[in-house]
Write a protein that binds this ligand. Sequence first.
Ligand code: HAM
Length: 431
Amino acid sequence: MGQKISPVKGTRDVLPGDTYLKKDDPWIRIGHLHLIEQAARELFPLYGYREARTPVLERTALFARGIGDATDIVAKEMYTFEDRDGTQVSMRPEGTASLVRAYVEHAVQQQEPDTKWWYAGPMFRHERQQRGRYRQFTQIGVEALGSPGPRVDAEQIEMLDRWLRALGIPFEMHVNTLGDALCRPAYRTALQEYLRAHSAELCEDCRKRTETNPIRVLDCKNPGCQEVAAGAPKMDRFLCAPCREHFEGLRAALGRLGVAHIVDPKLVRGLDYYTRTTYEAIATAGLGSQSTVAGGGRYDGLVRELGGGDVPGIGFAAGVERLALLVAQAGRELAVRPLVFFAPLGPEEEARADALALELRKAGIPAEVSFRRSNPGNQMKRADALGARFALVLGDAELKSGRAKLKELKSGAEHEVDLSDLPGALRRLQP
Ligand code: HAM
């Protein structure tokens, strides 16, 4: 016998219990992964977002330049290798850099002043594996290019808020501003000076970050670093007038749209491209340390950095696996079950059961037929194990009379039905 081959660490199999068949159908219920995706597919276009798909493989330079060499993602977490032709390629750790590359590549700016795209797909980061954190995970994200905000920022945050609410997720929306190329350098310098003075209290990573990416020290999880961060200078004091006005405009627009939010000066995000608005939806229960279900922000310099024009942008991405954990906890029973299980007792009955099951499926009603011959008692056990609501035993008498008993497995109640219109009979019985 061959040896079992285990999956790559940090990757997950998605089994049918997590996927779906159809929404809003009284017969077939939807699984949480598709519930999440379908809600996005229906909601995002209402705000003008259209789906785009980009490759999983990109040139490493795209992420090095787009996300930033000094970020953890690029410095430590990318799956990078040399392609057969010698090109350095990486499996995408996120979607924004790729979407902006596509935007520049296809000269979209020349075709439309405003662009709104959404996307879904697998992302790869070599992170320490834990609940809600994987090496292959799925993001659903959006990017809006062309408007400097803040109204588009608020519109997008409201859309995320609406999506998460539709999924029944308990969360808080955190927002912050990181300033821009004009005011952030002075803040960076002040922060760096402060951190250098406290370097003995910082973890080794943050001592390095002090020189390469000091703002990231603010969201280090290490208790010592958090204490230092608590006393650090705040961006707020350094904001230039246009950045301050932008942030005030964002908060006012969020107020008009009715989006409850918390201003969180520690919300600095892990990617270098952010300017001004940053935001995160943080689960208030059910996820432990990996509680950020979605994060995003404005990146007004990224299009230019990647060879395009001066086009501002803002987006977010949500982690589908984290959402799925929460949707599952919200107690939605979503697995697909056959409504009727047919137990035919002989060869003629089997042929009739196959035909009846086909008729039900054509009518959109899930059905199963037994492929094993055994006594009615064992057939009932099997129907129960499959989670069917009804079992229907087909014997000689049923074939002759054209009538049979639909047995409710939970209560044992029986309903005599006419086999010539089984879909109709089921519709009358199903609430
Ligand atoms: P991010 O914060 O790196 O942002 O990732 C967004 C979300 O993806 C996180 O909030 C989390 O839910 C999920 N996620 C990230 N890493 C993992 C992981 N290892 N396992 C499971 N889930 C994970 C971005 O990726 C930006 N591109 C968002 C954005 C779009 N900013 C502007 N536009």
